[in-house]
Design a protein around this ligand. Structure first.
Ligand code: NAI
Ligand code: A1CAB
Length: 272
């Protein structure tokens, strides 16, 4: 059970996914988690009611007393958020950014302090304890800060330590990744409905198919190509279906999609 006080600066989708995962997996007590959003008191109230987390009325209140400060605002709001917390930050506080693109060097320069800064790139599956998170450390982060961050993110999924320059790739691959899978699920759902399966029938069949395929990827030693081969009977339905995907260049489309997302992460970094 975590004992540190965590403050989220920015209480949007990603902050909610992390706090939900921490609380539902009973790894962190809700009353150790403080949230501060720029505006939208309704959002803050909803999160308080839903999870029992503590809203802060001022930035000072949010920052003072926190052991870990998680920056979870959009990259465009990052500098403003850092400037706001800066007057109240104490040297022992661990700062973890989940923001796409923005380097620990930039964050440290903005802070103009020697606080340990870590970057994490989780994904929204954190909310059910299944995030694929990548972690990198800034220059003032020591082993104890890396271990603390590992402990925090391991409670909501897997953690992979990567050199910071690889975080752009991670962002385009697994940070955005759940959306690509939902995109496929949307297409499967559209097809099922067009072909007259009920929404309920389709939902169970699609979600279990995706879950089963994911678990096969995780739990067997077979490569994706090998797993696909085992589904594809010669002259059968899969071969016929995959032929259409090849005709439409779906793998090329995914390659282009991920490269574009990685480039966008790099751009978001350069904009700051
Ligand atoms: N949504 C996702 O799947 C993932 C998001 N991220 C990163 O997490 C960050 C947040 O993303 P989302 O939660 O999707 O965005 P969001 O728009 O849902 O949430 C951001 C929140 O920050 C608040 N905010 C803006 N400026 C603020 C300030 N100065 N002080 C306090 N609060 C402020 C906004 O009111 C908003 O509620 C982004 O930097 C994104 O790159 C990282 C991994 C996955
Ligand atoms: O779309 C975004 O910019 C964020 C970063 C990774 C997932 N969501």
């Amino acid at each position: 059970m975590g004992t540190e006080k965590i403050t989220f600066i920015g209480a949007g989708s990603m902050a909610e996914a992390i706090m939900e995962g921490l609380i539902k997996k009973e790894k962190w007590q809700a009353d150790l988690i403080t949230i501060k959003n720029r505006s939208n008191t309704q959002r803050v109230n909803d999160l308080q009611v839903k999870y029992g987390v503590v809203p802060a009325s001022t930035i000072e209140e949010a920052v003072v007393g926190a052991d870990i400060i998680i920056l979870a605002v959009k990259p465009k709001d990052a500098q403003n958020a850092v400037n706001n917390i800066k007057p109240f930050v104490k040297s022992h506080q661990l700062i973890i950014s989940v923001m796409a693109g923005i380097s620990t060097e930039t964050l440290t320069n903005w802070l103009h302090l020697h606080n340990p800064v870590m970057r994490a790139m989780p994904n929204t599956s954190a909310s059910i304890g299944h995030s694929a998170t990548a972690l990198s450390s800034g220059i003032y982060a020591e082993q104890s800060h890396i271990e603390k961050s590992l402990e925090l993110f391991e409670t909501i999924g897997t953690v992979t330590l990567v050199p910071e320059e690889k975080l752009h790739i991670v962002t385009g691959l697994s940070g955005s990744g759940p959306a690509y899978v939902y995109y496929i699920a949307e297409a499967m759902q559209k097809a099922a409905e067009e072909l007259n399966l009920s929404e309920e029938e389709a939902k169970t069949l699609i979600s279990q198919t995706l879950l089963g395929a994911s678990l096969m990827l995780k739990q067997t030693t077979d490569s994706p190509i090998e797993l696909r081969r085992k589904v594809t009977s010669p002259g059968g339905t899969t071969e016929a279906g995959i032929g259409k995907l090849e005709q439409y260049g779906v793998q090329d489309a995914f390659l282009a999609c991920i490269k574009k997302a990685v480039k966008r992460s790099e751009e978001l970094g350069r904009m700051n």
